[in-house]
Design a protein around this ligand. Structure first.
Ligand code: DGL
Length: 307
């Protein structure tokens, strides 16, 4: 019987894992955080693709038939190549070894994008993400596709105005456990101020990195009280709209539940003991401690090497 693998460069995928386990508690999960090589978001395509493929193969070799890339950067930079080039080879090799269960990899960007049209009222949408996700333009392309397909059904989304903002220091803050500290306030304000200055009519901000929900409360707090900031510090029109932030956990969980309903060939292979194991490429004690804090329940991780 098989498990569901959940992969991220570090701690961010825990926000997805947590939501998936709430939605689908009976399955068995294997989480892998490549903390030793995080952040991925400042690496090139080749490096992100190579690291992601190593992690995906590791999870397949350790009884996972489905792997969720709980990482936007890996989804943006590696998912399509893995699906198109690597999975056919991996599945053919498995057949030769008489392992008849097919394996598959799913990403987080599409389920997130699908939620946007129902949330924005102004049609002005902001994407907060890592530099790699921003440069891939994955969100822009997917949102434009969606708006095009749904042209007649959702008239207010006919002309989505999409603005992206790279937030290169948010993942390092979270990986270092500094996101609740006093220094984080400056960097939270810095990127939010930059994106709202580019488009003050934004009413929907996608947290397009799975790490960011770990500081969603602080992001929402900054947005709610932004008009009380010193005018010289934050010269935005006071009539700019209320901003809703979108986190991906529940969206990804619902999308996976729907996928498993439609794909009995994967669902029927999954074991159902409700367990979850954790792997990290960094120090296991450090991961266990931080993950226990993020999930508010005890985690005992094991160290692995991917290279
Ligand atoms: N959680 C990853 C994402 O969703 C973070 C990427 C990184 O390591 O920079 O993009």
């Amino acid at each position: 019987m098989a498990k569901i693998g959940v992969f991220d460069s570090g701690y961010g995928g825990l926000t997805i894992l947590d939501a998936i386990r709430k939605e689908l508690p009976r399955y068995d999960y294997l989480y892998l955080g490549d903390n030793a090589r995080a952040p991925y978001g400042t690496h090139s395509f080749d490096v992100i693709y190579r690291y992601t493929l190593q992690a995906v193969k590791y999870l397949f070799e350790h009884d996972c038939t489905l792997v969720i890339l709980a990482c936007n950067t890996a989804s943006a930079k590696a998912l399509r190549t893995i699906q198109q080039n690597d999975l056919p080879v991996i599945n053919a090799e498995r057949m030769k070894e008489l392992k008849h269960e097919r394996v598959n990899v799913l990403g987080v960007i599409r389920p997130t994008v699908e939620a946007v049209p129902a949330i924005t009222k102004t049609g002005h949408v902001g994407i907060l993400a890592t530099p790699a996700t921003v440069s891939s333009e994955s969100y822009v392309l997917e949102l434009e596709k969606l708006a095009g397909y749904r042209d007649t059904e959702i008239p207010e989304c006919r002309k989505l105005v999409i603005t992206q903002q790279a937030c290169p220091l948010w993942v390092p803050l979270i990986e270092a456990g500094e996101h609740n500290g006093p220094g984080a306030k400056y960097f939270i304000g810095k990127y939010l101020r930059e994106i709202l200055a580019k488009d003050p009519q934004i009413d929907t901000l996608v947290l397009g990195c799975t790490h960011y929900p770990l500081m969603k409360e602080r992001i929402d707090n900054w947005l709610e009280f932004r008009h009380e900031l010193d005018e010289s510090e934050f010269p935005l029109p006071v009539d700019s709209p209320k901003v809703t932030t979108i986190a991906q956990g529940e969206l990804e969980a619902k999308s996976l539940a729907d996928y498993l309903r439609r794909h009995s060939e994967y669902r029927d292979q999954l074991s159902t003991n409700g367990t979850c194991s954790y792997l990290t490429t960094e120090n296991a004690d450090r991961f266990s401690q931080s993950a226990s804090n993020f999930l508010a329940s005890p985690v005992q991780a094991e160290h692995i090497d991917l290279e």
